[in-house]
Every structure is written in structure tokens, then in C-alpha cells.
Design a protein around this ligand. Structure first.
Ligand SMILES: Cc1cc2nc3c(=O)[nH]c(=O)nc-3n(C[C@H](O)[C@H](O)[C@H](O)COP(=O)(O)OP(=O)(O)OC[C@H]3O[C@@H](n4cnc5c(N)ncnc54)[C@H](O)[C@@H]3O)c2cc1C
Ligand code: FES
Length: 282
């Protein structure tokens, strides 16, 4: 059992949880994730490690409540527990001194790009950040990203905060302005990562994305997270989750992620409609 030490709501649907797990805190590197099971009989879900504190033995995760399990996780209170917290999993992000790197986070993808931006800054890179969301109230980690980036751009789809448009528009603007870019890390919804890959491809800028296929065990045994990269079959949980963006078959990933859409909708609806008979019992 893993105790929730701290809980903070970052937006209507996004919650930060600080969880006690000294061993994960000690071993994790930027880009690693954990597999979480909230309670007995529940499904396992992968969540990126956003930060850790070795002294306190805690790990921070940032979760967007979009379906049954993430809603259940975000509804837990400080002092409550999650059943399983397995990690650190996945290949750590390749961190080196590239020169000038652009780190892009779309929506909750900002939580995943933040530890990478921090590690790239510590490795001596000049880090340019671009974070975006649909509207102002969905922007997360502005302060944290501002602290690790030499320059931070913010975009909102509806123009309610800073630049109007998509994060990929801002990336295109930087390239058009003649800025020399040595590498790009783009993490967020699949269409966003696909567009960022298309923006950098003509300029030959090395671009990494973090893929989010369905994961079941996170250890390379179930085959659930199969993706095609450079024409070869890869398992995102052990070969990734980060890959060369110009080699990823995004359309196949989108199609495979829809496999359980009907069942996920039913499960989410049932969870929303469920009324716990124990609520209010002292
Ligand atoms: C390596 C990795 C890191 C991730 N990091 C984060 C993170 O830091 N914060 C965050 O909020 N989300 C993260 N996700 C996504 C998160 O795992 C899904 O949102 C979550 O599993 C949805 O579960 P649900 O029951 O709430 O929703 P559902 O209604 O079951 O599903 C909603 C969406 O999530 C996808 N999904 C469902 N189950 C899984 C699964 N087992 N594995 C992967 N995707 C699934 C579905 O394809 C669907 O598009 C990450 C995914 C991966 C693969
Ligand atoms: S999640 Fe099972 S093989 Fe990757």
C-alpha cells in the first residue's frame, strides 16, 4: 500500500498527487513511469513520474481524470492509499547536451515533459519551452516550466491566455524566425505529437515523442502496447515510451487506442452513476 502524502488540484480535471514510495523515488530517471492499481480488482494504468524527492521518499504524479480509473485515483484523499505502485518503468529519456532544445507539452503532457526539460537544463542545454492547452484554466506547471526554461511560450486554442493557437503553431513560428533548433521533445495528445513531427521533419530536426498506447503489465509481456516505429514492431513499455517522432506510425497508434472505446465509455458511465451506500456513514 502506498500512502498519498499530498494532493493538489491543478485544474478542474488535473490533480497532483505526492505518493510515498522511497524505492521508486531513489531509482527513477526523467521519462520513467509507474503502473498504478488503485484498489483490488481494478485495472493497472501507466502514469509518468513528474518529480521525486529522495530525502522524503516521495514521488509526484500528475493525473488527468478522463475515465473510470483516473477519476477514482483523483478522488482519493490525503492519507488514503493506492494498492500498487510499480516502477520506475520504461527506458529513461536520452539526455545529452544537444545545444538548444525545444520542450513542448500539450495539456497533461506538460507534466511528462517537465522532468525532461529539467534534466536537459541540468545537462547544459538551452531549453525553450512551449506549453499549451484548450484554455487558460487548463494550463498547468507554468511556474515550474518557467523556472527550468530559458524562455517559455504559452498557447491556448481559444486565445484566453497568451498566444492564440496550437503549440505546434508556436514551434513553426520559431523555426520560421530562423532560430537554430538542435532537438525537440513533444509530449501530449497523439494528434499534437503527429503535427509536431510533421513540422520538424522538413528541417531534419531530431524530434522525440512519448507514446501512450494501452498498457497492461508495463513489463513487455502482454503485447498490449505494441507500436510500429521505423517499420519495426516495438513495445512502448520496454523499448520506449519515447521514440523518434519521424519514424512513428501515428495512424496505427490512434486506431489501436480506440479498441476498447465502447467498454471504456460504459465503465466510466457506470462509475459516475454509482452511489456508494457507505457515504455519509460515520
Ligand atoms: C507511458 C504512459 C504515461 C502516461 N502518463 C500519464 C500521466 O502522467 N498523466 C495522465 O493523466 N495520464 C497519463 N497516461 C495516460 C493514462 O494512462 C490514461 O489516461 C489512463 O490509463 C486512462 O484510464 P481511465 O480508466 O481513467 O480511462 P479510460 O476511459 O479507460 O480510457 C481513456 C483513455 O485512456 C487510454 N487508456 C485506457 N487504459 C489505458 C492503459 N492501461 N494504458 C494506456 N492508456 C490507456 C484509452 O485508450 C483512452 O483513450 C500515460 C499513458 C502512458 C502509456
Ligand atoms: S504493456 Fe504489456 S507489453 Fe507493454
Amino acid at each position: 500500500m502506498y500512502k498519498i502524502i499530498e494532493k493538489q488540484k491543478l485544474s478542474e480535471t488535473i490533480t497532483k498527487l505526492v505518493i510515498e514510495s522511497p524505492r521508486v523515488a531513489k531509482k527513477r530517471k526523467a521519462g520513467n513511469f509507474v503502473m498504478i492499481r488503485v484498489k483490488e480488482g481494478g485495472e493497472r494504468i501507466p502514469i509518468t513520474i513528474a518529480d521525486s524527492d529522495i530525502e522524503k521518499g516521495t514521488v509526484s504524479i500528475i493525473v488527468q481524470a478522463i475515465g473510470k480509473t483516473t477519476k477514482m485515483l483523483c478522488s482519493l484523499k490525503e492519507g488514503e492509499y493506492v494498492l500498487d505502485f510499480v516502477g520506475p518503468l520504461g527506458e529513461p529519456t536520452p539526455i545529452e547536451n544537444f545545444g538548444r532544445v525545444v520542450c513542448i507539452g500539450g495539456g497533461v503532457g506538460t507534466a511528462e515533459v517537465y522532468p525532461i526539460a529539467k534534466a536537459l537544463r541540468d545537462a547544459g542545454n538551452e531549453v525553450i519551452g512551449i506549453i499549451g492547452a484548450r484554455s487558460k484554466d487548463l494550463i498547468i506547471l507554468e511556474k515550474e516550466m518557467g523556472e527550468v526554461c530559458n524562455k517559455l511560450y504559452i498557447t491556448t486554442d481559444d486565445g484566453s491566455y497568451q498566444g492564440k493557437g496550437f503549440v505546434s503553431d508556436q514551434l513553426q513560428d520559431l523555426i520560421n524566425s530562423g532560430m537554430k533548433i538542435d532537438g525537440v521533445y513533444a509530449i501530449g495528445p497523439i494528434p499534437m505529437m503527429k503535427v509536431c513531427a510533421n513540422v520538424t521533419r522538413p528541417f531534419g530536426i531530431k524530434t522525440y515523442v512519448s507514446l501512450n498506447p494501452i498498457m497492461v503489465d508495463g513489463t513487455g509481456m502482454c503485447g498490449g502496447c505494441r507500436v510500429t516505429v521505423g517499420g519495426k514492431m516495438k513495445f512502448a513499455c520496454v523499448d520506449g515510451p519515447e521514440f523518434d517522432a519521424h519514424e512513428v506510425d501515428f495512424d496505427e497508434l490512434i486506431m489501436r487506442n480506440r479498441t476498447y472505446a465502447d467498454l471504456e465509455t460504459i465503465s466510466d458511465k457506470t462509475y459516475e452513476e454509482h452511489v456508494c451506500k457507505l457515504e455519509g456513514v460515520k
